[in-house]
Each structure stands twice: as C-alpha cells, then as structure tokens.
Ligand binder design. Structure first.
Ligand code: BEZ
Length: 360
C-alpha cells in the first residue's frame, strides 16, 4: 500500500534537483519544439482555429521568427524559397521559425461553409497571441508580405512589447479609398478573382513577362482547391482599415522595421536613400531571396542578434561604412532612419529603433 501511495504521488516528469516548475515547463516546451522540425500545429482562438508550422530548436532568450503570408499564397508558397535559400541557413539556425497560415489557407484546408464569417485582418492579428502562448514564446521578429505585413503591423501596434522587429514586404497600410474601390469594381467586371489576386501579388511588368514563376503561381491560384477561402482572405484584405501610422504619435511601430518596398516614389528622398536591388517586383522573397537574405542579416545584426563573424566579407565592409553613415544621419528630424544607397554604398546596421528601407 505504501508503495502504491508512492506511485500515486510521483510526478509524471519529476523535477530535477533545484528545478522550479517554471523551468520544468520551459524544458517540456523546448522538448516539444525540438521535435518540431517542420511540424504543423493548430490552436483554437476566439476567431476560429489557426494552423502554423514550426522549425528549429529554441535558443534561450531569443525571439521566434514568425512569418505571415500574402493573399493567394500560404506559408510554403510564400516563404519556402526564402527560408530554404542557402545563405539563409546561417541566420535561421539561430531562431525558431513559426510559419503561420491564415485560416483556410493551410494545405488540405476544407472549404469554409457558405456564410462563414472570415476574420478581419485585425482579428487575424488578434489570433497571434494564442500561437505564442501555445509555443511559450514571449517575443517575435515578424516577417510579413502584403496582407501578412499588414496583419503583423496591426499585431505590433496592439502588442508592442512582444515584437522585437518587423520585416514588412510591400505593405500597403491604407484602406481602399473610393477611387480604389471604383477601380477594383471595374477590374472585377473584367477579371476573375485569381487574376485580381495575381495583380495584387505581382507588378504589371512581371505579369506581362509571364515568366515561369508567374505561370507557376497563376496555376497554383487558379486551381487552388480552397479558392473560396482565398476569396474570403482577399475580401478581408480589401476591407482593411487604415493602420494610421503617425510618426511621433502613439500609433507608430515601436520596434526596428525593415521596410521592403516595390516602389520608392512614395518615400521622401530627402529623408531616405535606398539599397537598389534589381527590379524584384511584388514578391522579392521569391525572386530575390539572396538580396533579401543579406538585408535581413544586417537587420538582425543591428538588433544584436548576428555576430559580424557570421557576415560575408562584403557585408562586413559595408557595415563598417555604416557607422559613419549612421552618425551623419543623427541630425535628421526623422528618428534614426538609417539609409543605404546603391550597391556600392553603405548598408545599414544599428541599434534597435531604426527603420531600414529597402527598395526593390
Ligand atoms: C524553415 O526552416 O523555416 C523552413 C524550411 C522549409 C520550408 C519552409 C521553412
């Protein structure tokens, strides 16, 4: 009987000497992720379930890299070429990666029933805390494209303490104005949903070039078994509200941001110079993974996450020139915007809080 009692009170996973329950829980979660080399999970949220795929081994005190894809894509079709790019490996081995699928976009997702209320982009952002809680991550570095960049920005505005950095690729922070709506309606009369989404994902030049990549993505979207779901995400994107970023106001991103923009005409050239990448169109993570990887490396280095020994010789010399570029920049009205010029010019690195703009 005494033996039986002993069995009853024995912990399923006994604490090691000196181990607190908190440390034990962390170890258990770490072990769970350790096994997660490309493991897909789903969690319930107030807005329905959300699916994500986790890669990598947790490193103490490191944020997870969390990605959010654009409309018409999923975590794999949006990010696989970037995260499988050879030079990316030295970066990502230092982080757990959490690749989120917007609801109904995961592979094999069933079509939502008619009348299903798809979450707004704000609600998609509100689902992210459930993912982080499940994985026990307190902070992230977000990487988002298009609609996904909007979702991560919204999340960063509402949960600033949990976002250490953001890579925003071709974000449009503004709601559709009535002119946009009119144009959208007119285009809708002549175009199918897949063509409208392709027009959102790629530049006109890319579409008329009809490269293999365009053919591949046109084929993926046109024949998607979950096309109805994609249309719901598309509608939520088109119904987004303004992010209302205001420099110097409360409604601004507090973390370092790497802004990757397709067109630099909207940015004030007196405040910003640019890294000129060869024209990479709407999805540079697909068409220019090398350049994006290099810029990402500088970005992480600026946040103190990549030792310069991990950088290429070229990167190191560019970063060295940055030190002077950053100090020259100090008297600008804009807070610590680090700039970069053409391929031969300096590239940014610097303390957290900076915004880095990369023009593709
Ligand atoms: C990753 O390591 O994050 C990854 C690997 C394969 C596909 C997508 C992402």
């Amino acid at each position: 009987m005494a033996e039986l009692q002993e069995v009853q009170i024995t912990e399923e996973k006994p604490l090691l000497p000196g181990q607190t329950p908190e440390v034990a829980k962390e170890a258990e979660l770490a072990a769970r992720i350790l096994l997660d080399q490309g493991q897909t999970h789903s969690v319930e949220t107030p807005y329905g379930s959300i699916t994500f795929t986790v890669y990598g081994t947790p490193k103490p005190k490191r944020p997870a890299i969390l990605t959010y894809h654009d409309v018409g894509l999923n975590d794999k079709s949006c990010f696989q070429p970037l995260f499988q790019f050879a030079d990316m490996q030295e970066i990502i081995q230092n982080f757990v990666r959490v690749h989120v699928d917007a609801p109904g976009m995961e592979e094999g997702a069933p079509v939502f029933p008619l009348g299903y209320q798809y979450p707004s982009l704000d609600q998609l952002a509100d689902m992210i805390p459930c993912i982080l809680q499940y994985l026990n991550f307190s902070t992230i570095i977000g990487v988002g494209v298009g609609a996904g960049a909007y979702v991560l920005s919204r999340y960063a505005l509402t949960h600033p303490d949990t976002v250490e950095g953001l890579v925003l690729i071709n974000i449009d922070p503004n709601a559709k104005g009535w002119m946009d709506w009119a144009a959208h309606k007119l285009t809708g009369l002549t175009s199918s949903i897949p063509e409208m989404i392709l027009g959102h994902l790629f530049s006109q030049e890319e579409l008329s070039g009809n490269s293999e990549l365009i053919q591949k993505y046109r084929n993926i979207i046109t024949h998607a078994p979950n096309l109805e779901n994609i249309e719901l995400y598309w509608n939520s994107y088109n119904n987004r509200r303004d992010l209302n970023f205001e420099r110097g106001s409360d409604i601004t991103l507090k973390c370092p941001v790497m802004l990757v923009v397709e067109c630099n005409s909207k940015l004030d050239p007196t405040q910003t110079s640019f890294l000129k990448m060869a024209d990479s169109g709407g999805q540079p993570q697909l068409t220019q993974p090398g350049k994006l990887t290099e810029a990402f490396k500088y970005f992480l280095q600026g946040m103190g996450y990549m030792a310069s020994s991990c950088m290429t010789r070229l990167s190191r010399s560019r970063t060295a020139s940055l030190t002077s570029a950053a100090s020259l920049d100090g008297n600008r009205s804009r807070s610590r915007t680090l700039s970069q010029s053409s391929e031969s010019g300096p590239l940014p690195s610097g303390p957290p809080g900076h915004t880095m703009e990369v023009s593709c």
